[in-house]
Write a protein that binds this ligand. Sequence first.
Ligand SMILES: [Zn+2]
Length: 466
Amino acid sequence: MHLPRLVLLLLLHLFFFQVQSQIPELSVEGGDYPIESNHAANPCITSAEYEFLEQRCAENLKLLGLPHVEQRSTNTTTLGWPLRSAAGVTDCGMYTISAYVDQNPTSGTVADWNCGSNTYDGHRGTDIAITPYPYYKMDHNEVEVVAATAGTILYKSDGHFDKYCATNTDTANYIVIRHADGSQANYFHLKKNSLTAKTVGQTVVAGEYLGVVGSSGNSSGPHLHFEVWNGSTVATLNDPFAGNCNTLNGTSWWATQKPYTDPAAIKVSVNTTDAVIPACPATETPNESNSFTVPFQGAGLPVGYAKFYLFMRNETSGLTASLSILNPDNTVFNSWTYTSTATYKAGTRSFSKLLPTAPGTYTFKAVYNGTECSTAFNILSATDISIIPYSSSAIYLYPNPANGTVTIRIPDNLIGSTATVIDIMGLVVLKSEITTSKSEISTTGLSSGVYFVTVGNSTQKLVIAK
Ligand SMILES: [Zn+2]
């Protein structure tokens, strides 16, 4: 072969390689993220349940020696947000408002406090739906209900089934907190057996754990129904949000009232393949990973690609998300934008993008409506994994191979991090918060095989032998 022809072939090869590597995106998928909302035919709390609730509260007020309040005379209650992420959960947000209080008393017509229609006929609370992956979040106790303000436990109900999808006659798991000024807050639909161990008559402080968000009682999906009363009876309903169409009360109960709609990037993730979102009440399979061993092959994807997911609260038509994959030195590996063309209570988009191939810790970042959300992920080469050089930042696992409990030693600067166990397909199979420099993690749920344990930037191979 003549030398010029060889050069030409080499150039052609380089050209095609170049062209192939410049196909950065295969598809953009997603849209309206399903929120299973209650509605007029399936109200959060039935009239029978309200009647029961009012009677129990009246009885317990007498038992506790607290006065029955027809309407509180002075307002000393200021509310904080009644939800928080559990320790170790790194999502940037976890809820959207699926229904406010219906301020329009006429049957068949609705108005929320802002004169909009984010409510349903006769609704008496603020429905805060958890998203994305509500059943996954519920199964993993990721979203906790906390006391919006201090008070006395007036009533609690627990032990009831918590994965309802539609109308039923079962009782919800719930807790009622009576405030110092005679008002009260009702927290409904909690997860079975998740309620605080405190009993009726004991006090809670603002922000104290009350339970886990679930879908008990007349609930269409995991959400908190948060309902405030101005006194001790159902008739004293208030709406904590101040606005032009709030006819129940003039001032906001919130320390800081959140905007009517609050567009934000609430979660980003890097996925090995598409997330699986089955019908209610089956648990979702996110298929997320924060570690990819190259060459990586995800199901349904070309070699080297992963799915980059963005989840938005109040996705709003016309708003643009800026997305980027950052190199370990924070320079840009890839960046793109996405402009919303529709408005949803919760929206999601997934982008098929080439993964980096050089080992290191990368960042996937999204900015939406001024809010920033990011997640770190590791690129590992197959040869990197088995031999971790000694260093002060290394983690140690023993015994290894293991069967049952594994002790993990980490440097002090990683205390409070999450240990992530990844299988050889790149799927996250276990997450555990590491709270001391020497901790134990149970691997009894893992089958025999090779796994990778990552804490911070350190990864160690773990063999499970049974
Ligand atoms: Zn509700």
